[in-house]
Write a protein that binds this ligand. Structure first.
Ligand SMILES: CC(C)(COP(=O)(O)OP(=O)(O)OC[C@H]1O[C@@H](n2cnc3c(N)ncnc32)[C@H](O)[C@@H]1OP(=O)(O)O)[C@@H](O)C(=O)NCCC(=O)NCCS
Length: 173
């Protein structure tokens, strides 16, 4: 049977499966800033914060507005894509416009590619003309995804104490 894939704004309907996904990511050392106990206890507040982020309300220092979409496959949270509405100095150097991740147990099924494709579609709707996407030099999966989606490598930034970052641009016009 064909799987049912949807992209949605973060939604309380998927609270439990989202939290399970975050726990998986945390096991590999990612998303440690997400406090799972707070998510369990007050998911509404988390959703409010996500919406404020998207509207640029009460942004933390150094942050720009960003919109997040979740990918749900057969009712299970599988990954997410975040679109930053514009770049600041930091994002221009390292972070880029679009970030995405797929939970470890669902990788290598094409979902990462679908997430970036969706992020690009949404970026176009937001009238972005070109987007910067970055990934670690050694992140073969992410590089393949970006290249498949038309990414053109501008440069690779070497860092003293962190992995080198590839900076790719994708034209949307
Ligand atoms: C990078 C990431 C999003 C890939 O997600 P995914 O769902 O596995 O991606 P896909 O299934 O669409 O794979 C795309 C391609 O990369 C390949 N690939 C994926 N992971 C790979 C890996 N670890 N090593 C080598 N190739 C890999 C796939 O085989 C596929 O190749 P193909 O196009 O030749 O078929 C996922 O590993 C992840 O979330 N990693 C942690 C966060 C991260 O790095 N995000 C990207 C930030 S820039």
């Amino acid at each position: 049977m064909q799987e049912a894939i949807i992209f949605i704004n973060p939604n309380i309907k998927y609270k439990e499966t989202y939290i399970s996904g975050i726990l998986e990511l945390q096991k590999e050392g990612r998303n440690l800033e997400d406090n799972v106990i707070e998510l369990q206890n007050n998911f509404e507040k988390y959703l409010e914060d996500v919406e404020k982020d998207s509207k640029g309300i009460e942004l933390k220092e150094g942050r720009v507005p960003q919109t997040v979409y979740w990918m749900i496959v057969d009712d299970v949270f599988v990954g997410r894509v975040s679109i930053r509405h514009y770049l600041n100095e930091n994002l221009l150097k390292e972070g880029g416009h679009i970030g995405y991740d797929v939970i470890p147990s669902k990788r290598k099924n094409g979902y990462g590619t679908k997430l970036l494709e969706y992020g690009l579609e949404k970026s176009k709707e937001m009238k972005l003309e070109k987007v910067l996407i970055t990934c670690d030099e050694e992140n073969i999966g992410s590089r393949k995804i970006i290249e498949k989606c038309g990414g053109v490598l501008e440069n690779i930034i070497k860092n003293e104490n962190a992995p080198a970052k590839c900076r790719f641009w994708i034209n949307l016009v």
